[in-house]
Write a protein that binds this ligand. Sequence first.
Ligand code: SAM
Ligand code: DTB
Ligand code: SF4
Length: 363
Amino acid sequence: MTEIRHNWTKEEILAIYNKPMMELLYDAATIHREHHDPNTVQVSTLLSIKTGGCPEDCGYCPQAARYHTDIEGNDLMSVQQVKAQALRAKSSGSSRVCMGAAWRNVKDGPEFDNVLEMVRTINKLDMEVCCTLGMVTENQAQRLAEAGLYAYNHNLDTSEDYYKDVISTRAFEDRLDTISNVRKTNVTVCSGGIIGMGEAVEDRAGMLVALATLDPQPESVPINALVAVPGTPMEDIEPISIWEMIRMVATTRIVMPQTQVRLSAGRTEMSREGQAMCFFAGANSIFAGDKLLTTPNPDVNEDMKMFELLGLNPQKPFVKKAQPATVEATDSQYQSLGEKPKWTRPEHKIERNEAAKLARKNS
Ligand code: SAM
Ligand code: DTB
Ligand code: SF4
């Protein structure tokens, strides 16, 4: 079984990305089979619970208030609307609902309380719930965890170097802080980025270094191809070729063997054959539904036909157990654990919840 490494360098990742295509595909597909069932793909449905009017300046985003795009903005949806949409998603084969809000960060108050209620409601439908609401504090992440959130999506988007060319209203470090706040809870981390924003191949490798050196690595990594939306600063960028997507997916799979690699925005521009190559290269999750947040996505029936054609099965909810958040334990904490942790973490790492219990006991 390929070991999980947290010490990848940019040079190593670049060398993988630039391998001859057949070598790259073979390596990625081999690692993929060691860790996953190659015929199972996790299906999520996106739901934009609060659209448009965002104060940030993310250069790719149609929801930033400062750009003049055609999208229709909306206030926060009601819990009932969300429940109805989640039921629709479930009946069309989705195991996860991912709720997105065009916010810079979460603010405590009635709107956040409503989001927590949405999380509880979808959880009761026996579906995994994911949120992407911008930056969160540790306390907010904990409240989401207590409501039953399964995953939190917060993308690094690109490399630290290229980041400044894309977003000025918040820093790369802020993104890492939010990911670390989520990591302190039992909510799983979903973090990836976008290719095709004019970045160099080195930036793609740089983003993967930042993700793969997190310990634990994110449970899910979405790879988006830029959807160039008229009115955004990136409206005129030429689309990337499918080969770049395949290379990015394969490299992500190799450096993060256990992670769910999500073939995300940009699928409307990809042929079935192109998507099949991405699944072969290790992608094992998609966003389904005719809309992403504001832009089009392939028709659900077309996706189901593709699954049938390729013999792919949608993954059932809660199949993958979340990796417990761990912390470095002191010698005495580690010794006082009756049964040692069973998962393959380095010695002396114990579950954060366990560490908190021990600290309380000893105080
Ligand atoms: N406002 C929250 C935030 O920024 O974290 C959540 C929603 S935001 C739309 C989620 C992610 O969608 C972004 O980080 C970005 O990676 C992706 N995204 C947004 N617009 C995109 C576009 N035009 N093409 C591809 N991906 C896009
Ligand atoms: C992610 O990485 N991609 C999804 C999800 N996480 C939230 C969003 C893609 C958005 C594409 C542009 C839009 O539809 O507005
Ligand atoms: Fe706002 Fe998120 Fe869009 Fe950035 S990506 S402008 S934070 S909605």
